[in-house]
Structure formats: C-alpha cells, structure tokens
Design a protein around this ligand. Structure first.
Ligand SMILES: [Mg+2]
Length: 168
C-alpha cells in the first residue's frame, strides 16, 4: 500500500457554484479555448498542502479538468503540479449511470489499493464507489457545491487520515 491520497474535485469543491464568502476571487480561465469565470480561494492551496504534509498523504486531482487543473487551477491557489486521475469525458447516461458513477469507476481503477480521502460534490459518487471497491479504506467527504470546500471538510479528512496512520 502506498501513501494515502487526498483527491480533489474542482467544480463544486474548489470552485463553488454560488457567489462565495470572503477569501474568494473571480478568475477568467479558458481550459478548452472557451473563456469563462470561476471562483477560487487562495487559502485552499496552502491548507491542502499542509493537510497532506502533516498526515503523510499525497494530493491528486479527481476532476474532469484532469491535467488542465495543473495549468489553470493549481497556480492560482498555491498548489504544485499534482498527479491526476484520468477521467474520460462523460459518455452520457446510456454508457454510465451518472456523472458520479463514471467518476467513481475511474477513481477506483486509478487508486488501486491505496487509501484515500475524496473531496467531491457529485451526490452519488459515494454509493457508486462501493460498486467498485469491495471494502474501502476510503472517506468520501461530500461537499455542498454552492459553498465549496470549508474548514470542517479538512478537519474531517485530517481526523480520518490521523486515525489511519495510527492503525499502521
Ligand atoms: Mg464537481
């Protein structure tokens, strides 16, 4: 078993869908050549880096942004270049049950037997994960996409990772 992973979604987690609270700034991005705006909080990068460092975990993207998050998101919030789960574009509901199910399938395949925390706002990702992972050393931290990532979510992740380390 390798180091535990901390998996980050972008939209609905680092980029909340509603005008957020203090600490966020509006950014213009164009990951696919089409410009649009998102909200990002510069405090998130250092908080996530500290969480990983203090618990011996590794940060990675689990987002449809894939490697594009390293160019468009990471530098704006103070994250280094991170590994990413390769998630193909959602093929539609004929092929996969839902967005959450599609992501869960690819996350499960990529993490292998490494324990992981997943910050995710897709509502059914958690139960779909169970279709792919028989017994999981994993914690899915459900995020409200209107609010994005909050301190309490990081506290939950830290508590879980600390307990995991104590079991070793
Ligand atoms: Mg999302």
């Amino acid at each position: 078993m390798g180091k535990p992973l901390v998996l980050l979604d972008v939209d609905g987690v680092l980029n909340p869908f509603q005008r957020p609270h203090i600490g966020y700034r509006r950014h213009r991005v164009a990951p696919n050549g089409v410009p649009f705006k998102l909200w990002l909080n510069r405090g998130h990068g250092p908080m996530l880096v500290e969480l990983a460092a203090s618990t011996g975990a590794e940060l990675a993207w689990a987002s449809y942004w894939c490697d594009r998050a390293n160019q468009w998101i990471a530098p704006r919030i103070g994250l280094p270049t991170l590994p990413f789960v390769p998630i193909p574009d959602f093929p539609g509901t004929a092929e996969a049950v839902s967005l959450g199910a599609w992501k869960a399938r690819h996350v499960a395949a990529w993490v292998g037997d490494r324990p992981f925390v997943w910050f995710e706002d897709e509502p059914d990702a958690a139960e779909r994960l169970l279709d792919h992972l028989a017994e999981g050393s994993h914690l899915l931290v459900r995020i409200n996409p209107l609010q994005g990532l909050l301190d309490g979510h990081l506290d939950r992740a830290r508590a879980w990772l600390t307990r995991l380390n104590a079991e070793d």
